[in-house]
Design a binder for this molecule. Structure first.
Ligand SMILES: Nc1nc2c(c(=O)[nH]1)N[C@H]1C(S)=C(S)[C@@H](COP(=O)(O)OP(=O)(O)OC[C@H]3O[C@@H](n4cnc5c(N)ncnc54)[C@H](O)[C@@H]3O)O[C@H]1N2
Ligand code: MOO
Length: 408
């Protein structure tokens, strides 16, 4: 008797993934800023200093007192010094005076406005203002971007280059992030041969390994690929036990359905704690998710062997698992688009159909479904750039129907 959820909806599967991931949050580690790209921030960042830290110039030109111009062009000011970006020279600007200044240089005391160089004419030590700036123009005020004490990054933020730059501007050399989960990748099946080797009758090339490795690397992980497992229960158990004790997550593909050589479900039912097996999704229905139990502390996400099933189950289930284990707050982009062609969905399962996205002149998005919808049709997946999400239930979708899409 099944003692675990089976043939569940996709939403139920996502809920279980979320719950288990929450219970398997990665420990926090402090890492160098330079290594933190793409990691998930584990603690908020409070600004220690204001940004900008001091009033400074936004242009190369002359710092002046706006009141001296009287709103007019043609005024001439006395040049009394130079302040470049760098150490503050403690210069002052008195009535009728100006100081040569460069972009980013601290504003001298007394000055409140900068006129850009192009709007001036230098005559010896006198500067003629050809076009009067507005009051305060080209001055970047201390604290206008953020004030000391403000929260500038949140726990759960993905460290994009812009956020790394923000942390850098606060002088932080290290950040506290969620440790990246270690991931072992297994392919299974006696029919598999590695690219580069000759193909015997009945054999096929292993395409899932590099697909999974690529998906994981694109998500910032450093997966480890194991040699392909033969369809032998003792060897499958031994390898998965080894990985289950050494990695945070074990991803397998193949041997998870109903065939005589599909050894993974029996193994995880006997040794592990199965969270679900079989989800009402297409492709990817036989996907299995388990805790390792006596196979180790790893979480096991066992994807079906068909290459398009690997793509869909990784994006729809594997990626959310890894994201939530790291505490990632923002969901991955899910967009709306109009179907460029009608689609007759004849089955009941939720479908991740492959399609190509294009941006239309009216500002909308359109997605062209690829008619080759078999889960072995890798060419259709390669020709596409998005999964089209069609909800449970048979339905005829007219062209123009708005659907959810998951770009990849
Ligand atoms: N009687 C049933 N048969 C099948 C069912 C079912 O419910 N009852 N489900 C079907 C569905 S849906 C899928 S998806 C597949 C999943 O099967 P497995 O996960 O057990 O995967 P395999 O049988 O090992 O392989 C399926 C298919 O994929 C090819 N494959 C496997 N690994 C790779 C790889 N690394 N690179 C390229 N291709 C790979 C393999 O040769 C098979 O053609 O089961 C259906 N059957
Ligand atoms: O669920 Mo399977 O991936 O449709 O062929």
């Amino acid at each position: 008797m099944d003692m675990f959820p089976t043939r569940i909806s996709f939403d139920q599967a996502r809920t279980i993934i979320e719950r288990v991931a929450q219970a398997h949050r990665m420990p926090v580690e402090r890492i160098a800023l330079a290594r933190a790209h793409g990691h998930i921030l584990a603690r908020e960042v409070i600004a220690g200093i204001a940004q900008p830290p001091f009033d400074n110039s936004a242009m190369d030109g002359f710092a002046l007192r706006h009141a001296d111009l009287g709103g007019e062009a043609g005024i001439t000011l006395q040049l009394v010094g130079e302040q470049f970006a760098g150490p503050t020279l403690e210069l002052g600007v008195g009535a009728g005076q100006c100081v040569r200044i460069t972009t980013g240089a601290p504003l001298p005391a007394g000055a409140d406005t900068v006129v850009m160089k192009e709007n001036t004419r230098l005559e010896g030590d006198r500067v003629v203002i050809l076009a009067a700036p507005k009051p305060g123009q080209h001055v970047r005020r201390a604290g206008e971007d953020s004030r000391a004490g403000e929260r500038v990054l949140e726990a759960g933020d993905t460290l994009t280059p812009a956020r790394i730059a923000l942390a850098s501007s606060q002088g932080l050399a290290e950040l506290e992030v969620a440790r990246r989960p270690t991931v072992a990748v297994f392919t299974t099946g006696d029919e598999l041969v590695e690219p580069g080797l000759p193909l015997e009758p009945g054999q096929i090339y292993n395409s899932n390994r590099e697909q999974l490795m690529g998906l994981l690397r694109a998500d910032g992980l450093e997966p480890v690929a194991w040699p392909t497992l033969p369809d032998d229960p003792a060897q499958v158990e031994s390898a998965l036990r080894h990985a289950g004790n050494a990695f945070d997550v074990v991803l397998t593909c193949g041997a998870v359905s109903a065939g005589e050589k599909d050894h993974i479900p029996a193994l995880l039912q006997a040794q592990g704690d199965v969270h679900f097996w079989k989800v009402r999704m297409k492709p990817g229905m036989p996907v299995l998710f388990a805790s390792g139990g006596s196979l180790g502390d790893a979480l096991f996400l066992c994807l079906p062997g068909n290459p398009v099933s690997v793509l869909a189950t990784y994006l729809a289930l594997g990626r959310p698992l890894l994201d939530r284990m790291q505490g990632r707050a923002a969901p991955r982009p899910q967009w709306h688009a109009r179907l460029a062609a009608p689609w007759n969905k004849v089955h009941e399962r939720l479908e991740f159909l492959r399609g190509r996205l294009r941006s239309c002149a009216d500002g909308s998005l359109e997605v062209e479904p690829n008619p080759a919808d078999g889960s072995h049709r890798m060419r259709a997946a390669a020709d596409s750039d998005a999964l089209i999400v069609l909800g449970e239930g048979a339905r005829e979708y007219p062209a123009g129907a708005v659907v959810d899409v998951l770009p990849y």
